[in-house]
Design a protein around this ligand. Structure first.
Ligand SMILES: Cc1cc2nc3c(=O)[nH]c(=O)nc-3n(C[C@H](O)[C@H](O)[C@H](O)COP(=O)(O)O)c2cc1C
Length: 288
């Protein structure tokens, strides 16, 4: 399988620089990045092995732990040590997730990872061809592969599925399995620059400008807004309502006088409106 030209691949150094940016100026913690990586992997696996159709067992090989669980219920059972695992993993696991090494790996795998890698490699041995064998899903880098050159001795793990985190590393060009998922980190919520000199002095005029942008973006209901109210018990409540007009007297929307929001506004006139426009990637908060 040829690697498509439209995909960009990262060198080991570029991947490290992206991590530095994520954990530096962008303020992500390791836990958050791990959480997002887990979400990418779970989503990718669920696309190929839909939990409803594949009530299969899986094993996760991670740098510090070995996990075994059941994909159908996405539960993770007690951590297993190497000794607890049988020699032939195909008997025990339908899906094996290889999450041992990331893009910072170099050199020769040390114990116990060398043994884990051997076991993953042996799943592809020729005498196992006719046997049902476990599927291997590698996260970011097939463990033991050179991050840029790939499996240059040809003796490494041959994953069936690769989930590249953030962007694929150069070794992914050598991947020849059935599915390659690009697990983008997250939506990019960076908005266009907001310059003070471009802001209208009249806030209603500014709102019209933003609302026009939202209309131009072709969003389904740009006039949908979250209305938050607080009644006399002091507890806030929010719900969606539709903006029907804006003028010098305020923002117009309709509702039933018997509704909770109407009751709460009669008890306490303070409220907040929130618009969120996905396309232009902006939101407006109004407090009264
Ligand atoms: C997109 C959207 C727009 C809505 N617009 C209105 C509206 O304009 N007026 C309204 O009374 N309820 C509207 N609703 C229903 C409210 O969100 C809410 O469920 C209902 O008014 C009861 O709210 P309350 O019991 O908190 O007062 C809308 C719901 C959605 C999802």
């Amino acid at each position: 399988m040829e690697a498509p030209d439209s995909i960009s691949y990262l060198t080991q150094r570029e991947a490290a620089e992206i991590d530095d940016t994520l954990m530096g100026p962008l303020g992500f913690s390791v836990d958050q990045l791990m959480e997002l990586a887990g979400l990418s992997v779970a989503t990718s696996i669920a696309q190929v092995y839909k939990p409803s159709e594949w009530p299969c067992s899986y094993c996760m090989c991670q740098a510090s732990l070995c996990w075994i669980g059941c994909l159908a219920r996405i539960t993770v059972n007690p951590f297993l040590s190497m000794e607890d695992l049988s020699l032939d993993w195909s008997k025990d696991f339908d899906v094996i997730i290889d999450a041992m090494f990331g893009f910072s790996f170099y050199g020769t795998p040390r114990p116990p990872f060398d043994d884990l890698i051997k076991r993953l490699v042996s799943l592809h041995n020729s005498d196992q061809v006719d046997k049902e064998r476990s599927v291997i899903i590698s996260i970011d880098i097939p463990s033991g592969w050179h991050v840029e050159e790939g499996d240059f001795h040809g003796e490494g793990i041959k994953p069936d599925i690769l989930v590249s985190l953030t962007a694929p590393k150069l070794c992914a060009k050598k991947f020849s399995g059935t599915h390659h998922f690009l697990g983008a980190l997250r939506e990019n919520y960076i908005s266009p620059e907001f310059l003070e000199e471009q802001v209208e002095v009249d806030p209603i005029k500014q709102f019209y400008k933003w609302f026009d942008n939202a209309l131009t973006a072709g969003l389904r209901e740009p006039n949908a807004m979250a209305l938050s109210t607080v009644g006399k018990d002091g507890k806030p409540s929010s719900r969606m309502v539709l903006l029907k007009g804006v003028d010098k007297d305020g923002f117009v929307w309709y509702t039933n006088y018997e509704s909770r929001k109407a009751r709460e506004l009669s008890e306490n006139p303070h409220a907040s409106l929130l618009f969120y426009w996905d396309g232009p990637n902006s939101h407006v908060i109004l407090s009264f």
